[in-house]
Write a protein that binds this ligand. Sequence first.
Ligand SMILES: [Fe+2]
Length: 569
Amino acid sequence: MPAVDVGEMSGENASGTWSYSLENSQQPSDSDHESLRQHNILLPAHLQNGQILKGEIPSWMEGILLRNGPGMHTIGESRYNHWFDGMALLHSFTIKNGEVFYRSKYLRSDTYNCNIEANRIVVSEFGTMAYPDPCKNIFSKAFCYLSHTIPEFTDNCLINIMKNGDDFYATSEVNFIRKINPQTLETLEKVDYTKYVAINLATSHPHYDSAGNVLNMGTSIVDKGKTKYVIFKIPSTVPVSEKKKKKRLKHLEVMCTIPSRSLLHPSYYHSFGMSENYIIFVEQPFKLDILKMATAYIRGVNWASCLTFHKDDKTWIHLIDRRTKKVISTKYYADAMVLFHHVNAYEEDDHVIVDIISYTDNSLYHMFYLKNLDSQFESSVKLTSNPSCKRFVLPLQCDQDSEIGSNLVQLPSTTATALKEKDGSIYCQPETLCQGIELPRINYDYNGKKYRYIFATEVKWLPVPTQIVKFDILTKQRLQWEEEHCWPAEPVFVPSPNAKEEDEGIILSTIVTSDSQKLPFLLILDAKTFKEIARATVDVKLHLDLHGSFIPQKDLKTEHEGDLDREQE
Ligand SMILES: [Fe+2]
């Protein structure tokens, strides 16, 4: 079956189990590792009844676990260099009346369509520079730019799902997001942030305030030569008079801008923190080199090679007051680190507590080059820096009279320190909460508030997780779930209705198996005890994904509203 046929096969009427193998998918067979092969399989969209092997799904549990991640790494004869480059494959587990239904569908991005039509990779991703015929694809205009500094980025939105009002978007880290139908996984409108705000990059980890408004950050690389970070808000609702068009993005508001410390070397960041009154932006010395980016295309190197970790630089931590929309004047800094995921942040007695997962180098990205993920990867590929969950404590009251070198942290519950420097800046040294966890999730009702539990995957030194864990910050105790040949995805917490306690709810995690004899499944755990409640196996090739969220039934549009969306395209 040639790759170009997949689109034609993937109608919503397709159902049942498709028989797939590497032999009929025209994919290379140079990877001997069964579970990594799964990424290369062209999986058609389909709907399949899940089989509940054991347990019972709570009756209140109705909705869709919607997830995103790279699913296709080979197109025709061409192959991406990096796992994070793969074509976005959305998949979902719909839970209804105690049953589970699985569905998956490639995001029909312009990038996907161009690649499939050409039967090769013609659009560059972060780790793979592509050299298409500039006259024959929609990206031709961008490739005519002499400098190629700011490329027309891909719309292969493979990292996460963003909710805005009752709309959902597949997101990555560039200026494009793709609206999707969470029920059918259809790809809808392509949205270009630059029409609403001058940014070239944006995080895939927005926050949501209590009104459901989206808060996100992006980087403006070339805006009259002033490289800056932009914090913006997309409202969850629009004025009644504009309800029909639903263009919430037209009401996007820039809350604050922060100049980059270096115009030519803006920091890379994957997420940011939010407490009740502050946005926390960590400007880490893991930086994009704009001049290198400008010449990457002609030098034949990927954009990832333009990212450098400056291990001798400082990490600057900016606090933006959400009330005044201004950066507070105190300069907080820490030692050099690499950070992808914030866990949570909150305020306590005039301090801002910021919990993150950090590394001492950038080996994580390198580990996911596909050349490293061969059959031997479990023994040959190792992270050189284990992820650490760190707690930084930023004192808000920095008394002019306090002594140079004194610790301004007044909280007895932490060992984190914040030392006053001669120039008035504050040097922050974190407390290590725990080691070896990544893809952290919390009960989002506690986002920005004092909280106790982190749900995460255990990563240690390997690229694939083998456990999901619940970490109790107060007692430092862990609960784990693991099973032989199982690679769990990011655990998503769903609160019980009228939950009184932070961990009252369930955990959902999709489990990829490394044993071809064992079917993948949706795992449902009691979040309090971490005991298994139920599992639903699916007879499909499940792919390892990145992020996603659970959408309760009440937040889903009716079929009629979904149809209207499609008509508006
Ligand atoms: Fe992430």
